[in-house]
Write a protein that binds this ligand. Structure first.
Ligand code: RB5
Length: 145
């Protein structure tokens, strides 16, 4: 699986931690920035990652900002992206099973590093259930787009 990752300054520390974790697990990723803790604008990174996922260059994307909210609002503007803001393991699993989310967003000011990594691991390792009712609901979102 190829994963696109990005953050603003508010999510930089967890992004760096996540990179080390992905490397350890042998998961291929590309870091779309930001590359320091200098203040920057989260939509710039949300669009880079979300568009790369929408183009099919990456199966999944992970975006981190201070709250995870700005990243999820911006990423969900990109056609074909289903970004899920998750701050607990139950939601991370459920959004893969039910929504086939292709982007995960988290807030570094909301969750600690241990929980963030567990959420990311759960989300990456859970497959879409493929059940008809969930497909039908996702199709309604795609049709609306
Ligand atoms: C940056 O201060 C902060 O607003 C940003 O990281 C994010 O939380 C926005 O939703």
């Amino acid at each position: 699986m190829k994963v696109a990752i990005g953050s603003d300054h508010g999510g930089y520390t967890i992004k760096e931690l996540l990179k080390r974790e992905l490397s350890k697990e042998g998961i291929e990723f590309t870091d779309f920035g930001t590359f320091s803790t200098e203040s920057c604008d989260y939509p710039d990174y949300a669009f880079k990652v979300a568009e790369a996922v929408a183009r099919g260059e990456f199966e999944r994307g992970i975006l981190i900002c201070g709250t995870g909210i700005g990243m999820s609002i911006a990423a969900n503007k990109v056609k074909g992206v289903r970004a899920a803001l998750c701050h607990d393991v139950f939601s991370a699993e459920a959004t893969r099973l039910h929504n086939d989310s292709n982007v995960l967003t988290m807030g570094e000011r909301v969750v600690g590093p241990g929980l963030a990594l567990k959420i990311a691991r759960t989300w990456l390792n859970t497959e879409f259930s493929g059940e008809e009712r969930h497909r039908r609901r996702i199709d309604k979102i795609t049709d609306y787009e």
